[in-house]
Design a protein around this ligand. Structure first.
Ligand SMILES: [Zn+2]
Length: 273
């Protein structure tokens, strides 16, 4: 057995990713194996690509604890303050949006009674299809029949084309970001640790002014489908992750664009495949 102990301080580390599969890494492998492998080996996306994630983390940290929020600000001070133009020295507009999102939730009674009443950032581990997985619950009361996950989004009613190989269809940001997969994993890890079937509730809050907000349920059939799709492709992903199969390049993502060389001529139809 490995001596690695997963904790709050190493959860997002490269080492944790080498020991445990996670929903975000799994989704990374599904969208581009070459990029996911590069990330496992320390490659980092450009700042602009991760801005939305940073703002999301800022909102999360506020509701986690005052200490977590202070630590976030301490670590990210530089990129939170505008360094040029009329707004020089002021909080960047993304963070002003984030403060509005925080206020919109903070003033809501049901949010206080549910999300805020739960334990924050509970780390779970377990095995899915024989592979060690990790997950982090935003808010959960152990033993309770639901768990909550906070998601920030531009506009929760926006439609996305979901390129499902079986049946392409329009879906919301929840499907676009494959949250059913993440929530199916959390549901399974909760079941393994607490022996209870818990349902996910997405707490969605938008960047709009004023922000929109909603508690969103994901029907169980979507979670079940996501879990069976996970089990179907997991062996292949593990083979790539362990180096037994070379990673495939998607030739479209930021990593592939940054490392691309012109080669074969492609047909115009391949551009929109
Ligand atoms: Zn790629």
């Amino acid at each position: 057995m490995t001596a690695f102990r997963l904790s709050n301080s190493n959860y997002y580390s490269q080492e944790a990713n080498q020991h445990f599969q996670s929903a975000s890494m799994f989704k990374g492998f599904q969208s581009c194996e070459a990029r996911a492998m590069a990330q496992l080996n320390g490659w980092k996306p450009a700042e602009t690509e991760s801005k939305a994630l940073l703002v999301g983390n800022y909102v999360h940290s506020y509701f986690e604890s005052p200490e977590a929020h202070r630590a976030y600000i301490e670590d990210n001070k530089k990129q939170m303050i505008s360094s040029q133009g009329k707004t020089k020295g002021k909080l960047k507009s993304d963070y002003r949006d984030a403060d509005r999102m925080i206020a919109a939730l903070n003033l809501d009674k049901r949010f206080q009674q549910s999300y805020m009443a739960g334990q924050k950032e509970i780390i779970l581990t377990g095995k899915i299809g024989g592979v060690p997985w990790m997950g982090k619950l935003d808010s959960y009361i152990p033993g309770q029949s639901f768990f909550m996950d906070l998601k920030t989004v531009e506009d929760m009613h926006k439609r996305f084309w979901i390129a499902d190989p079986v049946k392409g269809h329009w879906g919301s940001f929840i499907e676009d970001r494959n949250y059913p997969l993440q929530m199916a994993v959390y549901q399974e890890l909760i079941e393994q640790k607490y022996h209870i079937h818990a349902e996910p509730i997405i707490v969605a809050v938008t960047k709009q002014n004023p922000p929109d907000k909603a508690f969103v349920a994901i029907p169980q059939e979507y979670l079940d489908t996501a879990m069976s799709q996970l089990l179907e492709v997991q062996d292949h992903i593990e083979a790539v992750r362990s180096g037994r199969i070379p990673p495939k390049r998607c030739e479209q993502c930021d990593y592939c664009r940054a490392t691309k060389h012109l080669g074969q001529i492609i047909s115009m139809n391949e551009l929109i495949e």
